[in-house]
Design a protein around this ligand. Sequence first.
Ligand code: 13P
Ligand code: SF4
Length: 321
Amino acid sequence: MPQRFNKLQKRILDLKRKKRVLILAHNYQTLDIQEIADFVGDSLQLARKSAESNAHSAILFAGVRFMAEMAAILSPEVPVYIPDPKALCPLAACLDAEKIRAKKREYPGVPVVVYVNTTAEAKFEADMICTSGSAVEVVESLGVDTVLFGPDVNLADNVRKHTSVRIIDLDEEGHCYVHNKFNLDMFKSMKAKYPDSVAIAHPECPIEVQDAADMVGSTGMMAKTVAESDAKVFLIATELGMVQQLQKQHPKKKIIPVYDAAVCRQMKKHTLEKIINVLENFPEGNRVTVPEQYIPHIRTILERMNKVRGQGPTAPIDAHL
Ligand code: 13P
Ligand code: SF4
């Protein structure tokens, strides 16, 4: 069925065409925002898309701030704007540069891999960046036996399951408040209710939930799995925006949230009205920039991450220890 747009959406489509703005939206955005985006995806896919934005005069990034920062780093000629500048990921906020430096002093010479959900200041301290969709490959690409990893402890547990590399947490308390709400009891009771379902969990969920799932992966991987599977019923353990997207795209499949109150308040700060404000006024307060001194190093490690998966061998690591 062709998409029907409301008045605000039509205004956005008109403005973005006239002003040549590329709209990127994360899978957790509300459906009305996903519908007007040029591309909707997970954090790795969005980072890659932002690097291909040369034909545009600006990028409007509907996601949390660290994601927009990556776009600003990978696409330096194109200004990046965020609909609500207060959309900050609390997981990213928990790991500051000093915590990383302290761990580096404790484990001299051990490379640091930070999850993309981190501030620019934290990324500057890292040797490598990973997303939920590339964490295992990134860790293995380093060719070492021990890695400092963070801030998400559940993603760290996921990596431990898939590699023999020793993973030391950069922050023993680091977690996402949305994914940490999932627990084994809710997962098991949903599975008992829908025994023929395929259960998919995000690697930010606690490890016992990941262990009970049929598949664990990034939001991009969830979209691919549901699209390619012949199964009729799916249990989804991640933020609700992803569930709503899957329900809309696969009306003949039954897509069930494992927990229907899993909402990321920070992702949901963006609205159509705030997007229109950016497209009309390009306010300086909505522009996302990264301090100059961090850019070359973060760019190098982001590009290195982008090369890890499906794009041939990884570039050699110049240790930034
Ligand atoms: P994805 O990379 O899987 O989209 O995850 C981003 C995120 O913030 C999960 O909470
Ligand atoms: Fe951060 Fe969790 Fe929201 Fe993802 S869902 S942006 S990790 S708070």
